[in-house]
Design a protein around this ligand. Sequence first.
Ligand SMILES: O=C(O)CCC(=O)C(=O)O
Ligand SMILES: [Fe+2]
Length: 373
Amino acid sequence: LNNLEISGYSRQGNHGKSDSRIDHTNVGSRTDWKPKEIDGSLDSASCSQYNKSSLTGESLFKNVASDVKNLNLTPISFGDVISKKVKQFGDKSQIDDDHGRLNRPVFDICPMRVSSVIKLKAPLHVMNREKRNQNKQSIKGQNIIILGPGMVLLKGYISSVDQINIVRTCRELGISDGGFYQPGYSSGRKLHLQMMCLGKNWDPESHTYTELRPFDKSKPPGIPESFHSMVIKAMQDSNEFIRGNIGGFGGGSDERKVIPFMSPDICIVRFYTKSGRIGLHQDKDESETSLKKGLPVVSFSLGDSAEFLYGETRSIDEADKVTLESGDVLIFGGKSRLIYHGVTSIVPDSAPTSLMEATNMRAGRLNLSFRMF
Ligand SMILES: O=C(O)CCC(=O)C(=O)O
Ligand SMILES: [Fe+2]
């Protein structure tokens, strides 16, 4: 068994606080798992789906309502999704499909540009930072960091053009059937992000994968071929680097560091607004075989940067931190497959201006995490 696996969830580092987060850890008890409230407040450190403020009863619902409002849900603006009818509900829009299935508010990650808004040129320090990042990207192979056995970070791996295409594709998928929604629990609590699944649906409350999304019976769109190839290439490039590195150090063939190969059939797409976050958790809802083989999670970051924590326990204090920037690819498989990980914060205004201008993506971070069931 993987040496990172720790059973149960009242474990070290949790300091008796609530476990309210996207919890991928409790395979044995997933159906009865609910976010807990301690002293009327949710732990925003280890369990960071929710606002830091005390969330109880009415205040919780107000909070959720204001979160939804802050997300500024906008009507579908493209003519190519004409099979949907858009209804206005205050500042929300809802889609009715031709089969009259349950509506969901539409979350558009690239809302229509308002032509009357005058865009100011990005400040000098922002332009300089982007220049530095672009330079990094051009030094091929020099920006691969081995974070642990089976865990690598490919800095600036996704080209600017590919980043734009990924954002545009996610935008289209996100406003269509099976697109973005704000996940929540039956208690009424909502997670601090927007999510959609490709391939199979993953349900954050039951921790299960299904063919259809339970709340609206929509079928998740397939993983686009271009995404699939990028994932395969990222794994190949990582292993080439890992093997080269092992040889270079004369350390023999340390195959433990190599990432097992997979062909992704699931992609969880999340959009974090500036207050978005996700508590430390393990990804372990995939099949036993997949987990046993250590088939990796391959994660793409786009837009604003994220402060990403990872470690062998759920303790925030013991976790290491790395900043995931737009274009970075993080892979954790093999011995690191069950690593605890989470996002503590989104760095405001850190997205490449060129990406934002080309796509009109709203402020925030897009994350795509691929895996194989
Ligand atoms: O946004 C991230 O980088 C982490 C996402 C994640 O943990 C997941 O999709 O399971
Ligand atoms: Fe995860």
